[in-house]
Design a protein around this ligand. Structure first.
Ligand code: ZN
Length: 265
């Protein structure tokens, strides 16, 4: 039927699921969309991904985005599988987070409205109780944290950049892989860089594989004192190494020249 295809499309139903039926319930004016696993799709354990045999099914309902002003409910008999390692596990419905009674798209709608209006207003307009609102917000925070954790930089660069007058320096810490600026301090002191390192979790510190910098002692010391194994991780950038090497060679050359002059050659 046409409406099933339409719903499958607007619901973004995953390829291993299909819309079995759509019903407009009266007098509540709710649309119920029945979704089912396509037959013949290999069941896998949601934890380890191993092929598993079917165990049973559990009926679940999720509120989804309204269709034409009608409150829309997804209904599915979600299979539970028997995994050899993990026992009986419920398959993950691709349109919702585990434990939520709302589809991911509905939760996104709520979060977007919360950026525009008060919690009370959103709860009233979307007819959501406090527990529902709370759950949606908690899951959004958790997703945000997970995204941030995945942004943990592996290779950072610490630069001192002069601006305005010659001796006004700022410290800029950036992710060398993405170019994102992670931290800016209004000087190039050891204490400020150390404070930034101290604000990071142990895991983030441990995840850092290299810190490239110029040979400014404050940066070197802050890094040595904050990152375990920093001796192995600090990399001086080529430009500065070449500059210092050039200066060292020049100094030796001048001293030798002076010494030769003194010997009267
Ligand atoms: Zn498993």
């Amino acid at each position: 039927m046409r409406d099933k295809e339409l719903y499958a499309q607007i619901l973004g139903i995953h390829k291993s699921w299909r819309v079995a039926d759509v019903e407009l319930k009266q007098p509540t004016g709710e649309v119920e969309v029945f979704v089912e696993r396509k037959p013949g799709v290999q069941q896998t354990c949601p934890i380890c991904g191993d092929a598993s045999s079917g165990y049973d099914k559990r009926r679940r309902r999720w509120r989804h985005l309204d269709t034409c002003q009608y409150k829309t409910i997804l209904v599915a008999d979600v299979p539970r599988v028997q995994c050899k390692k993990h026992g009986v596990v419920m398959v993950k419905a691709p349109w919702a987070e585990p434990g939520s009674r709302f589809s991911v798209l509905f939760e996104a709608l709520v979060i977007n409205w919360l950026k525009e209006a008060s919690t009370q207003a959103v709860s009233r307009q979307l007819e959501l109780g406090w527990n529902a609102m709370d759950g949606i917000m908690r899951r959004a925070v958790k997703r945000g944290m997970a995204r941030r954790a995945s942004l943990d930089p592996k290779h950072i660069g610490v630069d001192e950049t002069a601006f305005r007058k010659r001796h006004d320096y700022v410290t800029v810490v950036s992710d060398q892989d993405t170019g994102h600026v992670l931290h800016v301090a209004e000087d190039r002191k050891k204490t400020n860089l150390k404070a930034w390192y101290a604000s990071l979790s142990g895991e983030r510190i441990a995840a850092m594989e290299s810190v490239s910098m110029d040979m400014w002692p404050a940066f070197i010391n802050a890094t040595l004192e904050s990152i375990p194994g920093a001796e192995e991780k600090i990399a001086f950038d080529k430009f500065h190494v070449a500059k210092y090497l050039g200066e060292a060679v020049d100094k030796v050359r001048r001293e030798e020249h002076k010494a030769l002059m003194a010997e009267g050659r």
